[in-house]
Design a protein around this ligand. Structure first.
Ligand code: MN3
Length: 198
């Protein structure tokens, strides 16, 4: 069964880049709905009792309702940890090296990450993922993630309007820039990178 985790920081901890109001709606209403709907659909399905990653991968292309909710539960579990108060500082060494190897520079990675989110038409996510040992920038629609496209997600930014409309209105590029410059918890990204890179 899925359950809603506590946020790892106070609701107002990411201000001014993400407000308490946004986090209250996003975590308490949107994420909770994915958990509840996912549990209802999981019950009695062939994926009951499986790990979340197995539910996400197994239901993709087979059970759209379950996949959408399980996929979004997976994405949001990580999303809360991909941000932290006073985030966006220096990137741990091994990860920074892999980013420079993959993109040429940290600035180019940020540019490509923002561009992926800006060009995602409608709801979805902007990502850094590890594919064939390399760090890449990519985007997905709705509740999908690199997990169902043969890659391992290490950083994701939610570009559904519920994630930014209260604070940024229609200015999705400004939200993505604030996310990558001021909100990212690079230590958590580095942990996922190390696990994906083994
Ligand atoms: Mn969301």
């Amino acid at each position: 069964m899925f359950s809603l985790p506590e946020l790892p920081y106070a609701y107002d901890a990411l201000a001014p880049y993400m407000s308490a109001e946004t986090l209250e709606f996003h975590h308490d209403k949107h994420h909770l709905a994915y958990v509840n709907n996912g549990n209802n659909l999981l019950k009695g399905s062939e994926w009951e009792g499986k790990s979340l990653e197995d539910v996400v991968k197994g239901s993709f292309g087979k059970h759209a309702g379950l996949f959408n909710n399980a996929g979004q539960h997976y994405n949001h579990l990580h999303f809360w940890h991909w941000m932290k108060p006073n985030g966006g500082g220096s990137i741990p060494g091994e990860l920074e090296k892999a980013i420079v190897d993959g993109f040429g520079s940290v600035d180019k990675m940020k540019e490509d990450f923002i561009q992926a989110g800006v060009t995602q038409f409608g709801s979805g996510w902007s990502w850094l993922a590890v594919k064939d040992g390399k760090v890449i920038a990519t985007k997905t629609a709705n509740g999908e993630s690199p997990l169902v496209h043969g890659a391992t997600p290490i950083l994701g930014c939610d570009v559904w309007e519920h994630s930014y409309y209260i604070d940024y209105r229609n200015r999705r590029p400004d939200y993505l820039k604030a996310f990558i410059d001021h909100m990212v918890n690079w230590e958590y990204v580095a942990e996922l990178f190390a696990a994906a890179h083994k």
